[in-house]
Design a protein around this ligand. Structure first.
Ligand code: ATP
Ligand code: MG
Length: 393
C-alpha cells in the first residue's frame, strides 16, 4: 500500500548553510543505498523534508532494510501522499488508510494534524477534532486516547497531504561524507569493523588498511577481511582497502627483537604504514578497534607506545567498551558471524607467550635500533607492493 517514505533526520547542529550540505549528503547516501535494491526510486527534498518515492514497483522490506543503513536517518515513515481536494476527500483518504493498514480495529488513536500551509481553511485543532469524529463514525470499535494512543495518525497538510502512522527507527548519526575521511586499521577480528562503523556513523568516510602475512596467514583470512569491509560498506559507502604484505617485516622483527616486544613493535610499524596511506589519501585520522586493557598490547602503556609513531590523531571509538558491548554492536550491524570465522589473522608464531604489558618507550626504541639496517627498505617495499581493492556493498 505504500509507494513512498518520508525521511526524518536529526537537525541539531545543522542549521543555516550546513543544513543544505547535510541534506545533500543524506540524499546522495540514500540514492547510493538504494541503488542495489529492486525498483527505481526518486529522492526529493521539499520544505525541509526528504521523500523517497518508488517510480516502479519495489520490495517494501528490502527498501526499508537499505534505508535503515543510511546514517543521518532518524526515522523512516511509510507515507501515503494525496492531493488536497477538500476536507471530505481527505477524510475518505484517512479512513481508507486506517482500514487498509489496521485490519484489527480494536485500537485507540489520536489524530495529529499539522499545517505547513497556513492558507488551509481549517486550523490543526479543527482538523484533529473533525477527522477524529469521522473516524469514530467509520469505525465505532476504535477509541480516542490523546495520551497513549496505539496509533498516532499524522496528517501533514503541505502542497500535498502526507498521511502516516509509523516511524521506523533509522541508525541516527550524520550522513557519510559530511565529516571528512579516516583510515581504518581493519583486521578480521570483532573489534575493528565495529570501530569503523562507529566513526562512519558520525559522517566520516572510510578507507582501510589490512596487514596479512602469507603464507602464515591464508587467502581465506584475507577474504574474510574483504567480506567484513563489504558489510561495513553497506553503511559507510565504498571503501578503498589496502592489503599490505607484512610477512618480511614480521620475520625481520622476529629475528632481531626480543620476542616479548614483538607485538608492540609490530603494531608500531602497522600504524606507521597505515598512516603513510592515510596521508596519501588525504585522511584526517586513523581508526583502530582498541579498548583499554583488552590484551597486552592495549594497556595504557602499550597504547601510548603505538600512538607515539603517528602524527595523525588516532580514533579509538571502542576505548571504554567491554568485549560484550562490542559483540552486541557487531551482532546488530551484522559483522559478528563473519568475524568469528576461524581464520588466523596474525600467525601465532609471531605472538609471544609473555608479551610486555608495560612497554618502556626507551627500551622499545633501543630494540628498534636493531632493525635499522633493513627496515626502511622493507617498509618501502611493503608500501609499494600493497594491493588496493575497492570494496562495495
Ligand atoms: P580486532 O578484533 O579488531 O582484530 P583485537 O582485539 O584482535 O582487535 P589487536 O590484534 O591488538 O586487537 O589489534 C588492535 C587493533 O589493531 C585492531 O582493532 C585493528 O584496528 C588493528 N589491527 C590488528 N591487526 C591488524 C591487521 N592484521 N591489519 C590491520 N589492522 C590490524
Ligand atoms: Mg585482531
Amino acid at each position: 500500500m505504500f509507494r513512498a517514505f518520508l525521511i526524518k533526520y536529526g537537525e541539531i547542529g545543522v542549521k543555516g548553510k550546513n543544513r543544505h550540505l547535510f541534506e545533500d549528503a543524506l540524499m546522495q547516501q540514500i540514492r547510493y543505498a538504494l541503488r542495489t535494491a529492486e525498483g527505481e526510486f526518486q529522492v526529493t527534498r521539499e520544505q525541509g523534508r526528504i521523500y523517497v518515492e518508488g517510480l516502479t514497483e519495489f520490495d517494501y522490506e528490502e527498501a526499508l532494510e537499505h534505508l535503515q543503513k543510511v546514517f543521518g536517518i532518524v526515522g523512516i515513515c511509510p507515507v501515503v501522499i494525496v492531493e488536497d481536494e477538500g476536507f471530505e476527500k481527505l477524510c475518505q483518504a484517512v479512513i481508507s488508510y486506517v482500514d487498509a493498514r489496521y485490519p484489527d480495529k480494536q485500537k485507540t488513536f489520536k489524530v495529529n494534524a499539522r499545517r505547513a500551509r497556513k492558507d488551509y481553511p481549517m486550523d490543526s485543532m479543527e482538523v484533529n477534532a473533525k477527522l477524529g469524529e469521522k473516524l469514530l463514525q467509520a469505525f465505532p470499535e476504535m477509541k480516542v486516547d490523546v495520551h497513549h494512543p496505539d496509533l498516532m495518525l499524522n496528517v501533514e497538510i503541505r502542497g500535498k497531504i502526507n498521511i502516516y502512522s509509523e516511524v521506523i527507527p533509522g541508525p541516527g548519526g550524520m550522513p557519510v561524507g559530511t565529516n571528512g575521511k579516516a583510515m581504518l586499521l581493519l583486521s578480521g577480528g570483532i573489534d575493528s569493523p565495529v570501530a569503523g562503523y562507529m566513526i562512519a556513523k558520525r559522517g566520516v568516510k572510510l578507507d582501510a588498511t589490512y596487514f596479512h602475512a602469507p603464507p602464515y596467514t591464508s587467502e581465506r583470512a584475507k577474504q574474510k577481511v574483504v567480506d567484513l569491509a563489504k558489510i561495513v560498506a553497506a553503511y559507510a559507502g565504498p571503501i578503498s582497502l589496502k592489503v599490505v604484505n607484512f610477512t618480511d617485516i614480521q620475520l625481520y622483527i622476529y629475528e632481531k627483537c626480543p620476542h616479548e616486544e614483538l607485538t608492540i613493535i609490530m603494531r608500531r610499524y602497522m600504524m606507521k604504514i597505515a598512516e603513510h596511506f592515510a596521508k596519501e589519501a588525504g585522511n584526517m585520522g586513523l581508526i583502530t578497534g582498541e579498548s583499554i586493557g583488552q590484551v597486552a598490547s592495549q594497556t595504557m602503556q602499550s597504547l601510548a607506545a603505538t600512538n607515539e609513531v603517528c602524527t595523525l590523531p588516532v580514533y579509538r571509538p571502542l576505548i571504554g567498551f567491554d568485549k560484550q558491548e562490542i559483540i552486541d554492536v557487531s551482532e546488530k550491524i551484522g559483522t559478528y558471524e563473519t568475524s568469528i570465522q576461524p581464520f588466523e589473522d596474525c600467525c601465532t608464531i609471531f605472538v609471544a607467550k609473555h608479551p610486555v604489558t608495560k612497554p618502556n618507550l626507551r627500551i622499545i626504541r633501543r630494540s628498534e635500533q636493531r632493525l635499522r639496517e633493513k627496515i626502511d627498505e622493507l617498509v618501502k617495499t611493503a608500501v609499494e607492493t600493497a594491493e588496493t581493492i575497492l570494496v562495495e556493498a
